[in-house]
Design a protein around this ligand. Structure first.
Ligand code: 16G
Ligand code: ZN
Length: 545
């Protein structure tokens, strides 16, 4: 009853605005920060219940990623550092939709606890962290207060990137087998691995061509949390990597005309980062889980390297090492893409690299889930969010290879490089900082310049359009969103149009985040891609009138 009283007080302090409907989507709960406090109560309660059920620490990350400063949101993190299991999204949505009435809410909690077979005083632990938004400390405090009502032990990590919290939750729950459960532990793990991987390589290069200067990089930190975290990389790795940090939050606004999302969308450099004489540039997003590279060639042309490029780079490095270590035929490796992946990247991975590609619906959870089917599952969304998952089987094969005295030095070296590379990767979720170090390590070990990376294959020209229709649920898709099953005849029309273009490909899907339908088209020339997209748009409008 004491708990119920406390909850009443908290609810009175942060009432639910009338008429508000908020769903737990791929980004958790996310909307304008000023209308979020009430949902933080409910998410705090849910995190606590989840922790009781799993008998493990659950994470709650307060961020709205690449969205503007005035937005915020919250996402829960499951015990192994992965996103909240889909089956619990229902509870999140139920809690969200309940009236702002203590008795209603309390009844629901009691029903849920009975159903889940947990008690109010069962132990629970929730790890909280937040990004640099002004609204974040208040919102995180509400999550804390709500969870504490259900007897929860809170670990508040305050300012962290989203991937850092995922990592921390994982470490806490597996007794620090994955790494030590602090920010220092995180940096230690990725920086030590990076250093190991490239120091040997640089030593060899020095012997042949003299001392090599540190690799230079200019990074747009989106005026977000990444800026202060990149400073650690600088401190620890300055002899190997010189990172100049732009958009560090001292002048500009969070994600405003900057960040990975902006660069990807507008295909141009962000404000606040002059394209001067750096060989390479990067943008991360507001919570540092996305990464995009770009550069200017000698003809002053802008080139961008997005998620598809990371997939190709990571897959070629890993498959080279597997071949060198003679482990290739003992493990199952695959790349996971969505329909948005450029057809050239898929073609290169499948036909040049001989690595299988799986296609899944849009959304990180689908990619991550599919990646678990492989010993090495590499996934990136075109927007620059992605990582690599390594199975226990793979890890023990690699370890055995390193220790196997019957193998050649070359084989064992490749296996140990692979083992060290695994330590750079944040396997829980896409991580801009970890992906940055992994990319730099690969470029160094493969002796590839950024131009060389770009020229591994040529993208097919593509076009994306947004189409507003009266009801986007009229469009239904199948086959990882690559084919439409409703409205009738739409797919036949698409097939017919596509067949008229060389290397033509197109699909239509309802957006999960906006009230529109997205059209994607690619073809051999930009003119054709544009025309194909426009033809498809007309058909969509016609058939959904
Ligand atoms: C969400 C997804 C992102 C996806 C985007 C597609 C997560 C964490 N985020 O932001 O992966 O690319 O939605 O949006 O899963 P759309 O449905 O509007 O095209
Ligand atoms: Zn993000």
């Amino acid at each position: 009853e004491f708990a119920k009283e406390k909850l009443t007080t908290l609810m009175l302090e942060y009432p639910k605005p009338s008429g508000i409907i908020l769903g737990y989507g791929t980004a958790g709960f996310r909307t304008r920060a000023d209308i979020l406090p009430w949902i933080m109560i409910r998410i705090g309660l849910l995190a606590s219940l989840r922790s009781k059920v799993k008998k493990a620490c659950i994470g709650a990350m307060i961020t709205a990623s690449h969205n503007p400063e005035h937005d915020n949101g919250v996402k829960l993190i499951d015990p192994y550092g992965e996103m909240l299991d889909q089956s619990w999204e229902v509870y999140a949505n139920n809690l969200s939709s309940l009236d702002d009435n203590i008795h209603v809410l309390w009844d629901y909690l009691e029903t849920l606890m009975t159903q889940l077979n947990v008690q109010l005083n069962d132990k629970s632990t929730v790890a909280i962290a937040y990004d640099t938004r002004q609204s974040s400390p208040l919102l995180s405090n509400i999550v804390k207060n709500a969870a504490e009502i259900l007897n929860t032990n809170i670990m508040n990590f305050e300012l962290m990137t989203t991937p850092q919290l995922h990592y921390t939750v994982r470490c806490y729950n597996d007794n620090e087998l994955y790494g030590s459960c602090t920010e220092a532990g995180y940096f230690d793990k990725i920086c030590t691995a990076f250093r190991k991987l490239i120091e040997a390589r640089r030593y060899n290069l020095c012997m042949t061509s003299g001392a090599k200067p540190a690799e230079q990089l200019a990074i747009d930190a989106a005026n977000g949390i990444g800026a202060q975290k990149l400073v650690y990389l600088n401190q620890r790795l300055s002899d190997l990597l010189t990172i100049e940090i732009f958009n560090d939050g001292t002048k500009g606004h969070l994600n405003e005309k900057c960040g990975a999302d902006y660069v990807k969308l507008y295909q141009k450099a962000p404000d606040g980062l002059p394209l001067t004489n750096y060989p390479k540039y990067c943008s991360i997003d507001g919570d540092a889980d996305r990464l995009i590279y770009y550069f200017i060639d000698e003809n002053q042309r802008f080139h961008m390297l997005d998620g598809d490029r990371f997939s190709v780079l990571f897959a070629s490095f890993i498959s080279n090492k597997l071949k060198e270590a003679k482990l290739m035929d003992q493990v199952k490796m695959g790349v996971i893409q969505t329909a948005y992946a450029n057809g050239s990247s898929t073609n290169y991975i499948v036909n040049t690299m001989n690595v299988p590609v799986a296609c899944v619906p849009t959304g990180v959870k689908h990619l991550h889930h599919k990646a678990l089917d492989y010993d090495i599952g590499i996934y990136f969304e075109a927007n620059g969010h992605g990582t690599v998952l390594f199975s226990d089987n793979l890890k023990s094969k690699v370890k055995a290879a390193i220790e196997d005295q019957n193998r050649t030095d070359e084989e064992r070296l490749a296996a140990s490089q692979l083992r060290v590379f695994i330590d750079i990767i944040n396997e829980t979720v896409g991580d801009a900082l970890a992906d940055l170090l992994a990319t730099e390590a690969i470029l160094c070990l493969m002796n590839l310049s950024i131009e060389g990376w770009l020229h591994l294959y040529n993208d097919l020209p593509q076009r994306q359009l947004k189409v507003a229709i009266k009801d986007r649920t009229m469009i239904q898709t199948t086959d990882a969103e690559r084919r439409c099953i409703a409205p009738a005849h739409l797919q036949d029309c698409i097939d017919e149009l596509v067949s008229k273009y060389s290397s033509g490909r197109s699909f239509v899907r309802p957006s999960g985040t906006e009230d529109i339908v997205r059209v994607y088209a690619e073809a051999t020339t930009q003119v054709d891609a544009d025309k194909l997209a426009d033809d498809i748009r007309k058909i969509v409008e016609e058939l959904t009138k």
